[in-house]
Design a protein around this ligand. Structure first.
Ligand SMILES: [Zn+2]
Length: 445
């Protein structure tokens, strides 16, 4: 029997892959039928494709079901009933909580959940936190006011669900939050990588507190940015806080679908609650082997107010070839979400993923945590500048750092950059998610 102290759900998390596949078909048919019967949007989408839920009889049949995406979701929400439109699959009065996406890729979309859906959301996070070693003895500090953003609300309720004591750290400023963490001897923390690094910097420079020595944080769960799966950024966070940092990936519309466990070997896809398919970006061919990147098509099984069925997430991921020592049978993805179909842009004719620049910058200890990438057009040519800060005391090493950067950036991204060194503390600091990549070419003449 599986060790119940390792897994939140010892049965699902160790179910053999063939049994998981059987479960996927069963659960997929259930949510598909629910959406077909209750959502005018889905009913119309499937009718147009000549498809009825009864047509899905094998695992491979799932691929016949039309995909949907954010723009379709937005269109459906622009119809009645306000504000969720024709995608809503429960009576409006059954919705008990509202959230929305951040709107970084356009107008925000709305997220209705019923009371049961919300319990499911907490459940997804309970898997994450339990796998990362959270137990009922932990005191978890969340240093944000969560407002309408869903991730930390889910983290909050997920932590409560497994018995942790949760301290909501909104309203306070960064210094007051650090002092609260110290006063309460908090043992765990959830935040974005940007904020984890920023907090450590504030603790050292403004309060004379070394988080690794003077605080009691034993583990950190990060969300909202790719940093938790970029090895050099993760190392910076772990050194600054003297503890393990674990990644998770989720999104408002489909939920928290993957998590790292304490073995830190990759992100497990929660195959008990989600179906993740990877598709070739150009051909749409299904990718089942490791080592080949594609975009993620995701289905959420047990969330009913606004079903998410074969949603084109535009996230780029790849299957990991590894099997994790933790014993979970849930497959892993390698390197987290490595980019988005939208933001892997071409610079000087080369495909550039901004995460590669972060990996290089964070690997050089003489450099501070902050940096900025600015792409402009000079005449017909793309011009790419990288603004950096040397940490105090390293000003004399500018030339050697410059040489390392030029070599490493060339190897990792295939591009040459204008390197600009700025005084420590002068580049913008971000509270939540950083906007370090600025493509100004559209404004150029
Ligand atoms: Zn594992």
């Amino acid at each position: 029997m599986a060790n119940s102290d390792v897994y939140w759900n010892p049965i699902l998390e160790t179910l053999p892959q063939d049994k998981l596949r059987e479960l996927h078909l069963k659960k997929f048919r259930k949510i598909l039928t629910w959406a077909y019967d209750h959502s005018p949007f889905y009913h119309e989408l499937y009718k147009k494709a000549g498809l009825e839920p009864g047509d899905i009889n094998t695992y491979d049949d799932i691929r016949k079901v039309p995909q949907m995406e954010k723009s379709l979701l937005r269109d459906a929400q622009n119809r009645d009933p306000f504000p969720y439109g024709t995608i809503l699959s429960v009576p409006l009065e059954d919705v008990t909580v509202y959230h929305q996406t951040s709107g970084t890729t356009g107008q925000p979309v709305f997220q209705p959940d019923t009371w049961q859906d919300w319990d499911w959301c907490a459940e997804t996070w309970a898997y994450i936190l339990y796998a990362q070693g959270y137990r009922n003895t932990d005191r978890v500090f969340i240093p944000f006011g969560y407002h309408t953003a869903i991730a930390y609300w889910m983290g909050h309720y997920g932590a409560e669900k497994l018995g942790c004591e949760v301290v909501p750290g909104g309203v306070l400023n960064t210094e007051a939050r650090i002092l609260k963490i110290q006063e309460l001897r908090a043992t765990a923390l959830m935040a974005t990588p940007t904020y984890i690094l920023g907090m450590a910097d504030t603790a050292r420079t403004k309060l004379g507190i070394d988080p690794a020595k003077d605080l009691n944080i034993k583990k950190i769960t990060v969300a909202g940015e790719p940093g938790g799966s970029i090895p050099t950024t993760k190392k910076r966070m772990e050194e600054a806080w003297g503890c393990k940092v674990y990644d998770h990936v989720g999104a408002t519309e489909f939920g928290a679908w993957s998590y790292e466990c304490t073995f830190q070997a990759g992100l497990h896809v929660n195959e008990g609650l989600f179906l993740v398919e990877i598709e070739d970006i150009d051909t749409g061919e299904l990718i089942t082997e490791s080592g080949r990147r594609g975009k993620m098509i995701i289905s959420t099984f047990d969330r009913f107010a606004q079903p998410c069925i074969r949603f084109d997430s535009k996230d780029i991921i790849e299957w990991s070839p590894d099997v994790c020592e933790c014993g979970r049978t849930f497959r892993m993805i390698k390197g987290g979400v490595v980019g988005r179909v939208d933001d892997i842009t071409k610079v000087k004719g080369v495909l550039l993923a901004p995460t590669s620049i972060e990996e290089v910058v964070r690997s050089i200890p003489q450099l501070g945590d902050e940096y900025e990438v600015i792409v402009t057009k000079k005449g017909d040519l793309d011009d790419i500048s990288l603004r950096l800060e040397l940490v105090p005391g390293q000003e004399g090493n500018e030339e050697s750092v410059r040489k390392t950067l030029i070599d490493q950036l060339r190897i990792k991204t295939g591009l040459g950059y204008n390197l600009e060194f700025h005084e420590y503390g002068s580049l913008p600091r971000y509270d939540l998610k950083a906007k370090r990549f600025k493509d100004l070419r559209k404004d150029a003449h």
